[in-house]
Design a protein around this ligand. Sequence first.
Ligand code: DGJ
Length: 722
Amino acid sequence: MSITYLSQEKRFLLETNHSSYIMELAHHDFLSHVYWGKKITNYHGSNKILYRDRGFCPNIEPSDRTFSLDTLPQEYPQYGNGDYRPCAYQVKNEQNETFSDIRYVSHEIYQGKQPLQQLPSSYADEKDVETLIIHMQDKTLGLSIDLYYHVFPTCDVITRYAKFHTTQPLTLTKMLSASVDFRRDDFDLVTMYGAHNNDRNLDRRPLTSATTVVESMRGASSPHQTPFLCLCNHNADEQQGEVYTMQFVYSGNFHGSVHVDPYRNVRMQIGLQPFDCEWHLSPNEIFETPEVVMTYTDQGFNQMSKQLHTFVKQHIVRGIWKDKQRPILFNSWESLYFDIREDKLLEIADTAADLGIELFVLDDGWFKGRNDDNSSLGDWVCDTKKLPHGIAWLSEQIHQRGMQFGIWVEPEMISEDSDLYRTHPEYALQIKDREHVIGRGQLVLDLTSSNVRDYVVESICNVLRSAKIEYVKWDMNRHLTNIGSLFLETKHQRETAHRYMLGVYDIMQRITQQFPDILFESCSSGGGRFDLGMLCYMPQTWTSDNTDAICRTKIQYATSYMMPAITMGSHVSVCPNHQTGRITPMSTRFAVAMSGRLGYELDLTKIHEDEIPLVKQQIALYKQYRPLVQHGTMYRLKNPFTGNEGAWCFVNDKNVLAIYIKTLSEPAAPFRILRLQGLEEDALYQLNHGDVYSGSELMYAGISIPNTKEDFHSEVWYFTKL
Ligand code: DGJ
């Protein structure tokens, strides 16, 4: 039993294998938050909430000046009755009143978990998860809010969301998914920021007495901020310290915040972006907020990632690819861009097959009139000028060479220069009488409309049926503007951004369901939508459009905070690199690319003949160590954001693979040691069929890193456990 209700104490105890989460009904049936942290046995109320009369803090009961919502640690705080900190939700009734007051009514506890109705969500066998629903109500408003808690004991994860229903028409103007109040503020906040080609940089700072907001208003989770919040002790590092995280299972606009109040308490929240968003809720309808994944550990960031990676692998990613090894692919983008030519593709395919590549992916540029990025999106038919024999024939040729075949699509978009737009200009997201604002020469389809969604599903499924296709790269290359819909009534216009996301999930669900064997990879100009929402439909993501190995060292390092290596597309590309102009040794490009789902994105026919044996050897090596990288446990060892080096290792019960990347060669460079993690102290590990070391030696004494006079140098060590 991981969820218990103690009726005498009016206390909810949620327990994972190593953490406890405790709530209590406070005075007047308000739901208070009592504890989240390391597991407690036989909790008896030692840290009970203390009450005190504090100036300017309004009281629910005039006779009790010590009880105020402004100071009560709460689970799902409201607006209007005295709490001036950021609320978790806000509603408006028909009289335009925004006061709300929800109190505990009842609760349910059951084994198992239901999926959300229109949103992606985590899943588990009934025995692996337990659910608590706390029914809260504002009787005057007719508003009911059900707070859902799902406990996954073995992953040390709790997930949360809220469900709204009403007996009177209401407008929801803020509807976050999770809020937690800590009675302490001795934390650092870790978040990730970035941009196109510079996805996910780690940002860590001590909390200050203000609200720090991490959010997106772009219509996508975006590369700019990541829907991930992490609070940790000031001295937390990869191996020790308390860490608390919240991660949003959603791919659109989000809002995360950490607020420090005047009494040095912290409120951590995440959910849908309330800016430019409202939802009209009628009686008999429900509104579900997206799910939030929360984890706690007192053993630092590596343990945090271990918990999150296990959760992603077991309870987010689904379908036949969940546990399967992912193929090594060639992708045509950086070699041909829009210049797709049948003869050139086949020439590359010959080399790809010879090198040992398993999957050949035709990226952008294959469909009617698509010679640059200003046209043709929406017209999903083959350009026979470029591919005279068609896609089916090309796929056959690829299969004859012993590889699988994959294709690129961007289903959510429409170009003004397309047959689709000429016939259906109303299919684009738009505001009447306003000029379109263009992004990458294209518009966004109005997926709030079921007609538009049907068109997309049918046209994409036609492509996927037209040939033997085993892989699809699903791209999304611009953010939303002109956020309005010709298909929605006036009062629903401000629902457009969220309805768009519901539409995206609807078409993804329908398409992936029709082709359960296809391996889907999501992409948004790289990692612009690398979030848990997408991973519920597509088991891997193109991590970044930046393929420079040195930049990738940071991008993949930060991404690994939340996402396992198996989800990260990672390619060897040409030098000078197309994004940075950097020249990096092939060994380093491979060392970084092999730390995820390996691929190649360069004109393979131009690899120098001296390098061919090396590339063949690298591909063979990846095949040998693929189960370790894709299904083993990753430990970060050296942080490239704080120094000149990055390093990590992968460990399973048979092998260990350690990877070290140096950025610049230094004069008078120090001798460095790399200490591994995650090994068994007493087990023996053989290095590249040579010397044998104990786990304790490799973890505590470490390995001497050769001191080389070379920029962008890397080292890779392979160990076999004896
Ligand atoms: C952006 C992607 O991230 C690239 O890999 C490539 O697929 C282009 N789009 C194609 O337009």
